[in-house]
Design a protein around this ligand. Structure first.
Ligand code: NAP
Length: 258
């Protein structure tokens, strides 16, 4: 399917690896020029070079912490953008009793206030042009809590509330905002969480992965490529009537009827 977005320009945050990279790849495959971002320059440059070579699109890299004001200013200076994909690392796991105010502030900064600041920066330009697409990478924890990820549960719920209202305010100008909610995907993040289980329970990594896979009706972890394809569709011309949605990509793991 032609997504109808060849020649558009996208900012894909936190995109040297994992789900962000999956989104960058899928947008590049649709002919979208990219600004890619991550903190570490090595993996970022390697990912950008591979995308340029494979898809022939223009790729600008900005090595910066997207959760800092200076980092956001550095990526936003590469605008304007037709498409924004927000993403950042997820907060660490723990117990509800572990976290103090500073831990919450850090999680809110990374997973709520950063995507909100990025949207506030790019929405006026998109609305003036009469076209824009925003996809926020959030988490399955928005629909069903992941108890050990209390910081994520909290911060992402706040972002979801902001998007619910704001998406309705900008839709009339041709701009859509939606959230993609990953369940378990085979990325460094998932492996790190599996590693914590291995350590806590003294089981093997294979057993930890098999146990988690057994909780997913699809029987496996998702891939970054599948995730990216869903993101690219939400950024396409065809998705202009999808507004303010929270779309689960979890292999059926969240046991809800709607
Ligand atoms: P990942 O494989 O660990 O990749 C994270 C990417 O983000 C890397 O490119 C990393 O590069 C970059 N990054 C991290 N913090 C950053 C920052 N402050 N500024 C700029 N770039 C940053 O993670 P993932 O699995 O793709 O997860 C992406 C998001 O989805 C996370 O918020 C995660 O919590 C959420 N999620 C993932 C899953 C899953 O199963 N994978 C499930 C639910 C939710 P640098 O380290 O070099 O900066």
């Amino acid at each position: 399917m032609d997504l109808g977005i060849r020649g558009k320009r996208a900012l894909v945050c936190a995109s040297s690896k994992g789900l962000g990279l999956g989104c960058a790849e899928a947008l590049a495959a649709a002919g979208v020029d990219l600004v890619m971002n991550a903190r570490g320059a090595g993996a970022l440059e390697a990912a950008a070079a591979a995308i340029r070579a494979k898809h022939g699109v223009d790729v600008v890299t900005v090595a910066a912490d997207i959760t800092s004001e200076a980092g956001r200013a550095a990526v936003l200076a590469k605008g304007p953008f037709d498409i924004l994909v927000t993403n950042a690392g997820g907060p660490p796991p723990g117990m509800w009793s572990d976290w103090a105010r500073d831990d919450f502030i850090k999680a809110l900064d990374a997973n709520m206030l950063t995507p909100i600041a990025l949207m506030q920066a790019v929405l006026p330009g998109m609305m003036a042009k009469g076209w824009g697409r925003v996809v926020n990478i959030t988490s399955v924890s928005v629909k069903a809590p992941v108890p050990v990820l209390g910081l994520s549960n909290s911060a992402r719920a706040g972002l979801t509330g902001f998007v619910a209202g704001t998406s309705r305010q900008v839709a009339g100008k041709g701009v859509t905002i939606n959230n993609l909610l990953p369940g378990i995907h085979a990325t460094d993040r998932a492996i790190a969480l599996d590693g914590a289980v291995v350590k806590a329970r003294g089981i093997s990594m294979e057993d930890a992965i098999a146990e988690r896979s057994a909780t997913i009706p699809a029987g496996r972890y998702g891939t970054a490529a599948e995730f990216g394809a869903a993101c690219a569709f939400l950024c396409s011309q065809h998705a202009g009537f999808i507004v303010g949605q929270n779309i689960l990509l979890d292999g059926g793991a969240t046991n809800t009827t709607m």
